[in-house]
Design a protein around this ligand. Structure first.
Ligand code: GDP
Length: 296
């Protein structure tokens, strides 16, 4: 199936060896294979349509080279278009601003937001040698603050205390002052998630963004929700100025459908993939690596 897409395409196109060009007739079966694979990976339909059109245009304009057979050539066109649809290159976090660089985290409940805060804190301290402070402005879910405290201890990030009876904005402002006092390079602010997009939550995170003026506002989304991930990301993107997306639980989405849809629909870069529950399971997102994984 999707894991073997490149084999399947090579097989479908085996018959056209020796022709000078990939023609409409001989690529139509291969395009159907790609379309099926994308739909099975739960890529949003408009994204599939645009993708197929782009691949078709490129394939029909391609002269078969001597070095590659038609199947390999078509696979390369699909690969390159996957890379392009997912944003071409890695888009790193903007850490060059005056410290503390504020990173605001947004997302629905259960998406993996709090876990991702800890992963990001660990990544920034180990890989970028940053001093990281974290705070939770989630005053609604009783266990949320304690969960972040435990995770912060595990990844050795500075945990800024907060309590459920404080207002999220007050917590955020206090945390910035404290992060400055601690000479933290980065302050990551965890926020409340809801089960679905609702106005109250959007209003609250919007006012946090207005007050904090974060350098990065990252949307954490569950990759296993496929095209719904893209729709949720777009709803947040319309309410907030997102600077990037983190696809959590990408270890459960080998088919990569969410990555394609999220990037194509929101236009925002995917900056990291969450690849497991442990605090070291965070990888910078490289479109070419995922494209290769998708093609198998
Ligand atoms: P929040 O409500 O958005 O803060 O979500 P949590 O951080 O509490 O995560 C919800 C669940 O998803 C937890 O059981 C996490 O261990 C799990 N989780 C988070 N990120 C990942 C990931 O990248 N891969 C996997 N497999 N599980 C994850």
């Amino acid at each position: 199936m999707f894991e073997n897409l490149s084999d399947k395409l090579t097989q479908t196109l085996r018959g056209i060896q020796g022709r000078a060009k990939l023609s409409e007739e001989n690529v139509s079966d291969a395009l159907r294979d790609v379309r099926m694979a994308l739909l099975e990976a739960d890529v949003a339909l408009p994204v599939v349509k645009t993708f197929i059109e782009q691949v078709k245009t490129k394939a029909l304009g391609t002269v078969i080279s001597n070095a590659l057979n038609p199947g390999e050539q078509f696979v390369k066109i699909v690969h390159d278009e996957l890379v392009h649809t997912m944003g071409d290159a890695n888009d790193a976090l903007n850490l060059a601003a005056a410290p503390p660089v504020i990173i605001l985290m947004a997302g629905l409940q259960g998406a993996g937001k709090t876990t991702t805060v800890a992963k990001l804190a660990r990544y920034l301290s180990e890989r970028e040698k940053k001093k990281v402070a974290v705070v939770s402005a989630d005053v609604y879910r009783p266990a949320a603050i304690a969960q972040l405290q435990t995770l912060a201890a595990e990844v050795k990030a500075h945990f800024i205390e907060s309590t459920a009876d404080e207002a999220p904005l007050a917590i955020a402002e206090r945390a910035v002052a404290e992060a400055k006092k601690q000479f933290a390079d980065v302050l990551i602010v965890d926020t409340a998630g809801r089960l679905a997009v609702d106005e109250a939550m959007m209003g609250e995170i919007r006012s946090l963004q207005d007050t904090l003026q974060p350098v990065e506002t990252l949307f954490v989304v569950d990759a296993m929700t496929g095209q719904d991930a893209a729709n949720t990301a777009q709803a947040f993107n319309q309410a907030l100025t997102l600077t990037g997306v983190i696809l959590a639980k990408a270890d459960g989405d080998a088919r990569g459908g969410a990555a394609l849809s999220v990037r194509a629909i929101t236009g925002k870069p995917i900056k990291f993939l969450g690849m497991g529950e442990k605090s070291d399971a965070l990888e910078p997102f490289y479109p070419d690596r995922l494209a290769s994984r998708i093609l198998g």
